[in-house]
Structure formats: structure tokens, C-alpha cells
Design a protein around this ligand. Structure first.
Ligand SMILES: Cc1ncc(COP(=O)(O)O)c(C=O)c1O
Length: 405
């Protein structure tokens, strides 16, 4: 048995991990085109407009509005949907913090609801039970690029007349049946931050089929909606590069899917390890590849597993932390004087107050503490890197008795 790198052995991967994103001649040409146009603002150019039209066509949506980041996309969607003071918005605690803080930016209250373990997205049945007269919207997240149960959630929302804003920041190009995610909710948001499948360094998109919501979103992001609007515009340079990155998105997603299939096969049957499988009938795009580990079978904890893989040169991580544990929610104070939690327009009964205590959401707690491990499988990583991942995982699992001791 090979000695673990953690115990002084030779690491499986010593070459370093491929960088992401890789930018080439096409992106360079797009940047040069913008420079030569002597215009850097979307207000006066064609690139961002074209990027919006091309993204809307890619998704199968009527309207797309490009914004400066994913948080701005969520905020714009909430503002366009009319969410505001005294409203509750249901969000999962397993996500990046911006899903919840965007709600605070619109002066509304995030209400966490636990996830269901298979897709690790909001549990539609738990959502149905948590709706109150103040619930105005729901923000489901397709975590790590695995589509959540969006059809069931849309049915819950339809029955209660609620707005759904899909947070598709991990899921550009993911599908449910023949339909892309980001076309189910009434108005939906994407991040194009550096690490995302559609990477612009910084950027975001709001999409909708509703002309009224589109007009309000467009106004809000560019200082022309009443009563309040702002400047969340995407710069022209990002629009031009976004068009190139969008033209490569399907090929990049296919590379992620090939890498995922490789690992699915290579890791199958290892004790204490199970790869997360996409829901049948859906296409996952693997923003991260998720392993579920069983510490009882392995004899050591998730943190040790991650440390051992990293020592082998594999970029593994323990993934997201539960958002409801963030200090912001402990202090219930977003704006310095308790607002919006103490807003006079917000007066739930004690039983209806949102829970922000540590152990409130057992599924999320358990998977963040003990089970989920994230692996990076983005291109240009390919079979060689995936072989290293598989070798390293096998090496760590085979050394479990030693690690347990
Ligand atoms: C699920 C999710 N939502 C929203 C965001 C916010 O996007 P941004 O970082 O572009 O503001 C992120 C980002 O990183 C995210 O992972």
C-alpha cells in the first residue's frame, strides 16, 4: 500500500492543477474589438446587448438583462418582482451567502427551509409547510450544477401564488427534461463570477419570459425604475468576452460531464464513498463534483479525508457552510439598527419567526459537517487529472485503518 502524502509519502499529483478559466485568442480578439470601439459602457455599445440576446436564445427565454455580478442579479430579480419591507423569502441554508443576503438588500426577511438530500436543493414539501401570509417569494438553488426538484417547487408556488426566482449561479446549461434551468421561475438569476461555468471574472444575468418583469429589471439595474433604482450595469468589455465564453459553454459543460462520468465509474464501489448522482431525467453541469462520504464506514472524518486528498495534490474541499450560521443572522442586524428584522412592517408571531439557530436544519447540518466533499473537475482538466483524483481517493480509502488510528 502506497504511503499517504499526509504521512510523508509521494503525492499522487505533483504537476499542479490546471487553471480556470483559460482565456485565449477569441477572448483577446473580443477585448481588442471593444478597445478599438473607444467605448467601455453598455449604455453606448452593442456588445452587452448582443450578449443578452445570445444568452436569452441559449436559455430559451424571452429576455435577459446583464448585470455586474450574481448578487446584483438576485437583487434585481427581487426588486423587479416587487419584494420589499415585511415580506419573507424562502431560501435554502445550503448555498452561497448571497442567496440570502440579496433578500436583505431588498429590505425583506430570508426564511431558511431545509434541503432534500438527493439533489441537495430546497425540499418542496418542507417549503409548503413553511409558507406564511408574509411569504412573497422562493429562491431555490441548483447547487453545484445538479438540478433541484424545480417542477414540484413550481407547483407549490403556483398553489400559493408565490414568485419563484431560480438561483442558477452554479447551473448554466443544466437541464430538467428538455428545458434549461432558469426558465422555470418567473424571473431568474445567474452569476458569471470567475469560478462559474460561464466565467467572466465578474458578471451576472437576470432572465424572464415576462415583459413587465423584464422592463422593471432593466430599469432597476440602470437608474430608471421608480421608486428606486441603481447602477448594476455590466461593462462592455465583459459583454464582448461573455459572448465568446457563451459560445464555448456547451463544450466546457460536456468536458465537465465526461470528467464526472470518469469519476462515477472509477470510484464506484469504494467503501464509504458515494458520488452524488443527478436526478433521473436531468442534466447536471457539475460546477463541483460532489462526493458523499460515510465517516462511520471510513473510520475518520470528512476534514481528515479532505486534508489527505489535498496532501495528494487534489483540490478537494469541504464545500459550503450552512448560511444560517453566519454571524449576520445570529445578530439579526443587517443595517446597524436591527433592520430589516425589527422593521415595523414585519410582525410575525413568535412561532412564525424564522429560525437562525445552529441546529435548525438537520439535513444541511449533517452534510456540511460530515458528508459533502467537493472536487474540481472543470476543463481543461481531463482524463489525466481525473485518473489522479481516482488514484488519490482510492489511496486514501485503502489507508483508512491507518487514518482511523
Ligand atoms: C449560489 C450562488 N448565488 C449567488 C452568488 C453570487 O454571485 P456573485 O459572486 O457573482 O455576486 C454565488 C456566487 O458566487 C453563488 O454561488
Amino acid at each position: 500500500m502506497a504511503t499517504l502524502a499526509l504521512k510523508g509519502g509521494i503525492p499522487v499529483c505533483t504537476a499542479g492543477w490546471p487553471r480556470y478559466p483559460t482565456l485565449g485568442a477569441e477572448e483577446e480578439a473580443a477585448a481588442v474589438r471593444v478597445v478599438r470601439s473607444h467605448n467601455l459602457s453598455a449604455q453606448f455599445g452593442e456588445e452587452v446587448r448582443a450578449f443578452e440576446a445570445e444568452f436569452a436564445a441559449y436559455l430559451g427565454s424571452e429576455h435577459a438583462i446583464a448585470v455586474c455580478n450574481g448578487t446584483a442579479a438576485l437583487h434585481t430579480a427581487l426588486a423587479a418582482a416587487g419584494v420589499g419591507a415585511g415580506d419573507e423569502v424562502i431560501v435554502p441554508p445550503y448555498t452561497f451567502v448571497a442567496t440570502a443576503t440579496s433578500v436583505l438588500l431588498q429590505n425583506a426577511i430570508p426564511v431558511f427551509v431545509d434541503i432534500e438530500p438527493r439533489t441537495q436543493g430546497l425540499d418542496p414539501r418542507a417549503v409548503a409547510e413553511r409558507i406564511t401570509p408574509r411569504t412573497r417569494a422562493i429562491i431555490p438553488v441548483h447547487m453545484n450544477g445538479y438540478p433541484m426538484e424545480i417542477e414540484a417547487l413550481m407547483e407549490v408556488a403556483r398553489q400559493r401564488n408565490l414568485v419563484v426566482i431560480e438561483d442558477c449561479s452554479h447551473a448554466h446549461g443544466a437541464m430538467v427534461g428538455e428545458r434549461k434551468v432558469g426558465t422555470f421561475g418567473q424571473i431568474n438569476a445567474f452569476s458569471c463570477q470567475q469560478k462559474k461555468n460561464l466565467s467572466l471574472g465578474e458578471g451576472g444575468l437576470v432572465v424572464t419570459n415576462d415583459a413587465g418583469l423584464a422592463a422593471r429589471a432593466r430599469g432597476f439595474h440602470s437608474f430608471s425604475a421608480a421608486p428606486l433604482s441603481t447602477n448594476y450595469r455590466l461593462p462592455e468589455l465583459h459583454g464582448a468576452i461573455g459572448r465568446v465564453r457563451l459560445s464555448q459553454l456547451d463544450a466546457h459543460n460536456d468536458a465537465r460531464i465526461r470528467n464526472a462520468r470518469y469519476l462515477d465509474e472509477a470510484l464506484f464501489g469504494l467503501p464509504g464513498i458515494q458520488a452524488q448522482r443527478p436526478r433521473p431525467g436531468t442534466k447536471a453541469v457539475y460546477y463541483n463534483y460532489i462526493l458523499h462520504i460515510d465517516p462511520e464506514v471510513l473510520g475518520f472524518d470528512k476534514q481528515t479525508f479532505v486534508k489527505a486528498l489535498r496532501a495528494e495534490g487534489i483540490p478537494a474541499s469541504g464545500g459550503y457552510s450552512p448560511v444560517h450560521r453566519d454571524a449576520l443572522f445570529k445578530q439579526r442586524n443587517a443595517y446597524g439598527r436591527g433592520c430589516p428584522f425589527t422593521c415595523p412592517f414585519y410582525a410575525p408571531t413568535e412561532a412564525e419567526r424564522p429560525r437562525y439557530d445552529d441546529e435548525a436544519f438537520p439535513v444541511v447540518e449533517e452534510l456540511c459537517r460530515s458528508r459533502n466533499v467537493e472536487l474540481k473537475i472543470h476543463p481543461p482538466a481531463g482524463p489525466e487529472e481525473m485518473a489522479d483524483v481516482a488514484t488519490a481517493v482510492r489511496k486514501v480509502v485503502e489507508a483508512r485503518a491507518e487514518l482511523a488510528a
